[in-house]
Design a protein around this ligand. Structure first.
Ligand SMILES: [Fe+2]
Length: 302
């Protein structure tokens, strides 16, 4: 019951033609639908209509992030819990949003619009479900199999964490605590991965990055080659996080939104004891090999 996994991230971009070119040819996603001012993308191993939506806007930023719930009834239950917490919930009826059925939307304490949805149109993954034959050589660009997680900013990380955990049922895998004992960052999961959603101190409503899954380190290395060949601005990596233990590269799409490719980590069950990092180990937690707090990485967001 409850939240299953990340469904999609909806961002803004000032150039839809450039977004289409980059997300298909460099990132290797498929365009599943387009309208006058929006593009919808999915990864090759995803079944659902989209995991990324890009809307034309002169300014960068995030419109909303959407998580998928396991059962239709979960929407009613979570709507009640969000309202009891004191946040207004807006119902989106079937047909109002592209590729999905009824959903609920609300603002979170971190100033983000969050959506919960149950029914999403199934388009199917690339190789089908009947005697599938894999041909990964036919894939273009980085070609991640799926979207993995996102990291948003919050002025009050503790307050945001309380909401995501107590109201929405996220579990805390890791936390970075300041010297005063208050959280600077938290890593939260619903899908037995190190994180589906992370929240780090910064301006409310901001997006730090969203990340695509890759299957192994060799794919991360190949992704770095593709990024370099296409002159994409690499932010950090390839390297490894202390927090989540994942292998990673951060880079900016040509419009300026930070992307990540991510692999590795561990598989936390719901009884996973939280890992705590202290502020004096921030550098190691962030980038395990470099052991440094990279100012650009901390300060730049959209
Ligand atoms: Fe990440």
């Amino acid at each position: 019951m409850g939240i299953l996994r990340l469904s999609h991230v909806d961002i803004k971009a000032p150039d839809l033609d450039l977004a289409a070119a980059y997300y298909t040819q460099v990132m290797g996603l498929e365009i599943t639908e387009r309208s006058e001012d929006r593009l919808f993308f999915k990864c090759w191993d995803e079944e659902d209509h989209h995991s990324l939506a890009v809307r034309y806007d002169p300014r960068l930023g995030i419109d909303r992030f959407s998580f998928k719930v396991e059962k239709e009834d979960d929407l009613d239950e979570l709507e009640r819990r969000v309202e009891n917490y004191g946040f207004a919930v807006h119902r989106i009826s079937r047909g109002e949003e592209v590729g999905q059925g009824e959903s609920i939307r609300f603002e979170t304490p971190s100033g983000h619009e969050m959506e919960l949805v149950h029914e999403v149109e199934k388009l199917g993954s690339k190789w089908g479900k009947y005697n599938p034959r894999l041909d990964e050589g036919a894939l273009l660009g980085i070609a991640p199999p799926r979207m993995d997680h996102l990291l948003v900013n919050a002025e009050e990380v503790g307050e945001a964490t309380k909401f995501y955990m107590e109201v929405l049922g996220f579990r805390l895998t890791e936390q970075l605590l300041g010297s005063n004992g208050h959280p600077i960052g938290v890593w939260l999961e619903r899908s037995h991965s190190p994180h589906d959603l992370a929240v780090v101190n910064g301006p409310n409503g901001a997006l730090h990055h969203f990340a695509f899954w890759l299957d192994n380190w060799d794919h991360v290395r190949k992704a770095a080659d593709i990024l370099a060949y296409n002159a994409i601005a690499i932010d950090v990596g390839p390297t490894r996080h202390g927090i989540t233990r994942g292998n990673t590269i951060y880079f900016f799409d040509p419009m300026g939104t930070r992307n990540e490719v991510f692999t590795g980590g561990y598989r936390p069950d719901p009884d996973f004891p939280t890992i705590t990092w202290t502020e004096d180990n921030f550098g190691r937690g962030l980038f395990y090999y470099e052991n440094e707090v990279n100012e650009r990485f901390i300060k730049v967001h959209t």
